[in-house]
Every structure is written in C-alpha cells, then in structure tokens.
Ligand binder design. Structure first.
Ligand SMILES: Nc1ncnc2c1ncn2[C@@H]1O[C@H](COP(=O)(O)OP(=O)(O)OP(=O)(O)O)[C@@H](O)[C@H]1O
Length: 359
C-alpha cells in the first residue's frame, strides 16, 4: 500500500499544495516551522480521521480560513483508493472513501494502517498512565474492531457507576444491589479488555526488546511490563473488596481504567534514569514494534512517518535505524528533518528509491 498523491487546502500553514510521492522513501526538509510535520500530520489524518498533534479539530484549519481539505490518492491491493478528509467551521468533519462518506469514522480505522514516530511520543514516558493505555488500545483496536466496542461499553458503565457513587454520597443513601448490576457489567467487559491486553503484550514485548537491542547495539537492557491489578485477582472480587473505598472516594478505584505499562532501563524507571537518547531509542523501538505487530495483523505493510527522528541520537543509533528500515519488511516511508544534508546522506545509504522535497 502507498500514497501516490496528496493535496492540501487550508491545512495548518498551507493554503494550497500538491505532492506526488515515491513509492518508497519521501523526505521533507526545511527550516523550523516551515510545515514538515504538518504534511506528516495531514497523511496521519487520512488514516485516522484526526490530527496526531492537535486534538482540537478546528485548530487544524489555516488561520482566518473557513475550511480545510486533505485529499489523498492511495494504491492498496492494486486498487486506487481516494480518501478525502474535510472540515468546515461549524460543521462536522467528513471522511469520504471513493466519494462515499463514512457514517462512523471507526469503520475507516485500520483501512490504511500507519505508524508515526515523533518527538511528541515522549508523552508516553513522561505523562500519566492514560497516554500509555491509549497507546496499547490504539494498537489492539487497529486489528480488532470488537475491542474498541468493548472499551466504549466499559467506559460507559464506568461513568454510570461513578455517577451512582456520587448520587449515593449526595443523598446519603446506598444501594448495593444497583451497584452490583454495574459491577457485573464492568467485570464482563473489563475481563475481556484485560485478557486482550495481556495476550497482546505477551506477543508485543519480545518484539519490542528485539527492536531496542537492534537500535542500541545491545548496549543496555530495557524492559516493559503490564501493570494491572487484574493480574492478581478477578475483577468482580476486586470491585467487591473496594466498595467501601469507592463509596468514600465517589469513584471506581479499581479496574482496567487503572492499567499501566512500566518502562525500565537497567531495572530502573526510564523516565527518571534514561538519557534523552536512551528515551528516544526506547520510543522508536516501541513504535517499530507497533509497526511489526500491525503489519502481521493487517497483512498490509503500514505507512511509516518518521518525524524528526534523528535528533538526539548518535551516529551508531541512526545507522542502526536506517539498517532496520532498509528492509523488504518496510513499505512507504515519510521522513521530516531540518538538516537537508543529513537526510540526503542517510537516504543515499538506503537501497531504495527516494524523493526529497525541499520546503
Ligand atoms: N491552524 C494553523 N494555521 C496557520 N498556521 C498554522 C496552523 N497550525 C500550525 N501552524 C503553523 O505551522 C507551523 C509549524 O509547522 P510544523 O510543525 O509542520 O513545522 P516543522 O517544519 O515540522 O518545524 P520543526 O522543524 O520546528 O519541527 C508553525 O509556523 C505554526 O504556526
């Protein structure tokens, strides 16, 4: 699968711009703030129906303009696929595949598999557990539509249970039977989510470790663990045991919405003890493992977006990453970099066709 053409109208800092891409490697080079990342984000938009960087949809419309249009022509399984994503202020976003609008964006997710590696991934290390859960959920749901539906149902019941706990506190009342109804549903959906996360991580962790070893030249040991209270005990038991605590807190203190991943280097948290280059290597390994995983599940080679990937990495690590991606396992790759010369030197060593766009 590859993106053949991209046309942008009023997307972030672009008014009107067209690109024709190489089937393998495409590099965007230019000064800070010129719009390199914005082009990668537009490609991301075509795959996920939203920006990777700015969750406020209207802020992706060029300042002072009323709408944006991202138009992409892909080739997938020898068929042309035209995807258009557009947004007009005051209206709902529209995503069309070959002229037909999607009723539910979730039906589009996974159709054009894509992985992005960007400096914004640092949030996975420095931010709260929510970011890490979103990461696992994103990978699993790209290949398992039922997972996303279960997650939506779980979150809905969780909200209802929390509202009930607040209602009990406000009205100085308590009804364990009503709470039990929610416990049962949380147990059903939560256990399903937990088992899928566990199975996913059992397959994912060895791939991640392999990628890290390849990037770092095995210079340090890293690990990734699944932290979930459900590993020790059944969710229905946990919910029962925390009823008094939940009453006092007025929210549900146990369940898969509290799951986390722990990232370690040489046995210590990478957030506190990893250098910038080690943290970056960790994130690149995590994303390349995601790439491998999605590729296996989707049976299509995902598009890979590499945003500013060489920054903070030493020459050896850059060379290792280049060797990793210079492989038949990879398909179309988009790279953004401020150093035109560095990018040119890197892509010259790769045995693939390439195009460089100087912005
Ligand atoms: N809605 C918008 N309207 C107009 N300009 C915007 C909008 N959103 C972002 N921009 C502009 O886009 C530019 C940033 O583009 P981008 O992040 O793609 O730069 P870059 O080339 O990747 O830079 P760097 O090398 O610093 O990472 C900024 O100048 C920003 O002001």
């Amino acid at each position: 699968m590859h993106l053949k053409k991209l046309s942008l109208i009023n997307y972030k800092n672009f008014d009107a711009r067209n690109f024709e891409f190489d089937t393998k490697i495409n590099c965007f080079v230019g000064k800070n703030g010129i719009g390199k990342t914005n082009i990668l984000d537009a490609i991301y938009h075509l795959s996920f129906g939203k920006s990777y960087f700015n969750p406020v949809a209207t802020q992706n419309i060029k300042h002072e303009q009323d709408f944006f249009v991202i138009d992409g022509e892909f080739e997938k399984n020898e068929r042309e696929e035209k995807i258009i994503c557009s947004l007009k202020r005051g209206n709902k976003k529209i995503i069309k595949r070959n002229g037909k609008p999607y009723e539910r964006f979730s039906d589009h997710i996974g159709f054009l598999p894509l992985v992005i590696i960007s400096p914004a991934d640092r949030d996975l290390i420095v931010e709260g557990s929510d970011t890490r859960r979103k990461f696992i959920d994103g990978v699993i749901s790209q290949s398992d539509k039922a997972y996303l539906q279960t997650l939506i149902k779980y979150n809905k019941v969780l909200l209802q249970r929390n509202s009930l706990l607040k209602y009990f506190a406000a009205n100085r009342t308590f009804d364990v039977d009503t709470l039990e109804v929610y416990n049962e549903q949380l147990h059903t959906y939560g256990t399903d989510i937990f088992l899928k996360r566990k199975i996913f991580l059992e397959a994912f962790i060895p791939i991640f470790k392999e990628q890290y070893a390849a990037i770092s030249g095995k210079s340090e040991e890293v690990s990734l663990h699944y932290d979930s209270r459900l590993l020790e005990c059944d969710l229905s038991v946990l919910l029962k045991n925390t009823i008094e605590k939940d009453r006092a807190l007025q929210y549900t203190s146990v369940g898969v919405h509290k799951d986390d991943l722990s990232f370690q280097i040489q046995g210590h948290p990478i957030k506190k003890f990893g250098s910038q280059g080690q943290q970056k290597s960790f994130l690149v390994a995590l994303k390349l493992a995601q790439f491998n995983f999605i590729k296996k599940q989707a049976q299509t080679i995902p598009i890979l977006l590499l945003d500013d990937i060489f920054d903070k990495l030493d020459e050896n690590r850059v060379a290792h990453i280049v060797t990793l991606v210079d492989d038949a396992n990879f398909g179309q790759i988009f790279i953004s970099d401020t150093h035109a010369e560095r990018t040119e030197n890197v892509v010259k060593t790769i045995h693939q066709s390439y195009k460089i766009f100087k912005l």
